[in-house]
Write a protein that binds this ligand. Structure first.
Ligand SMILES: NC(=O)c1ccc[n+]([C@@H]2O[C@H](COP(=O)([O-])OP(=O)(O)OC[C@H]3O[C@@H](n4cnc5c(N)ncnc54)[C@H](O)[C@@H]3O)[C@@H](O)[C@H]2O)c1
Length: 266
């Protein structure tokens, strides 16, 4: 895999050396770690079906990260996302700002790409953000969704928009079903890489990521997808967006469900 990726260096124009290892000591001194180890879903499985097996894997890797890369920022990808992000933070003992779950960038991109299929805009011209959980409690605040500054709710009928939200929410399962083996990897990889690139640059563009809510939006204090800005040290700040009351209520309900699932972790 590492050699295959390195072969693309002249094409993608990068010089960063790529090496593979099964030994966690290879993490020594790492600044940014993207945690993808774990079992993916098979058709018919929910993300929470992975909790037991992946909790053990995340726990082991977290111990290695604490030992070999105690100053790193960890981007967690392994599912179920909120639970595994929580577990990574707990087992490493890292401050909340340095353990970030990747789902919001992907879920936002999925929604924007599906809106573009309606033929009203290019994918990059759709501006929307996916909050809440990486799953059933995903919240896409349509009041904030825009196409080149124009409110999306004025461009697509309500029923149609609801169907697109539903498809975005179930996109992971749709890909799992199409692949028949394993889960989506191309757009998740792009999403995690863009988060690391933003941190390396110290860029503070607004993205969605799974973070410790700590009182933001008045929801239960848990790991949940919220709008954040990143800098070189991880989460710089949680942004307060002007959500509608129904969107706030959906976010609060999502936080309640996630907090319950996290409390059930062994
Ligand atoms: N957050 C998201 O948006 C998102 C998107 C896609 C996939 N995922 C999740 O990411 C995870 C990985 O998915 P994938 O498609 O890359 O799966 P994959 O099976 O292709 O790769 C998983 C990797 O984990 C490694 N692994 C397994 N057990 C390990 C252990 N004990 N220690 C170290 N490494 C171990 C395997 O060797 C394999 O290389 C899954 O949990 C999947 O559900 C999350």
């Amino acid at each position: 895999m590492a050699l295959d990726m390195w072969h693309s260096a002249p094409l993608r124009r990068f010089t960063t050396r790529i090496e593979g290892s099964t030994d966690l000591s290879a993490l020594e001194g790492a600044r940014y770690i993207v945690m993808t180890a774990g079992r993916p879903r098979q058709p018919g499985m929910s993300r929470t079906d992975l909790t037991g097996v992946n909790a053990e894997i995340v726990g082991n890797v977290a111990d290695g990260i604490r030992r070999y890369a105690p100053a790193s920022v960890v981007v967690v990808v392994t599912n179920p996302l909120e639970e595994m992000t929580h577990l990574m933070a707990k087992r490493t003992g890292f401050p909340s700002a340095r353990v970030i779950g990747m789902a919001g960038v992907l879920d936002s991109a999925r929604f924007c790409s599906l809106v573009a299929l309606e033929g009203i805009a290019r994918p990059e011209d759709v501006d929307a953000i996916a909050l809440g959980s990486h799953g059933a409690e995903m919240v896409i605040p349509l009041s904030l969704a825009k196409v080149q500054g124009r409110p999306l709710e004025q461009l697509i009928p309500k029923d149609r928009l609801a169907a697109i939200v539903e498809r975005a929410r179930d996109s992971g399962a749709e890909v799992v079903k199409l692949l028949q083996k394993g889960s989506a990897y191309f757009s998740p990889a792009e999403s995690a890489a863009s988060m690391v690139a933003a941190m390396v640059k110290g860029d503070s563009e607004l993205i969605a990521a799974c973070v410790q809510s700590g009182g933001a939006y008045g929801v239960d204090d848990t790991r949940i997808g919220l709008p954040v800005r990143l800098d070189t040290d991880g989460v710089k700040e949680i942004a307060e967006l002007p959500l509608r009351p129904d969107e706030r209520a959906a976010l609060a309900a999502a936080a309640g469900s996630i907090a319950k699932r996290i409390s059930e972790l062994a």
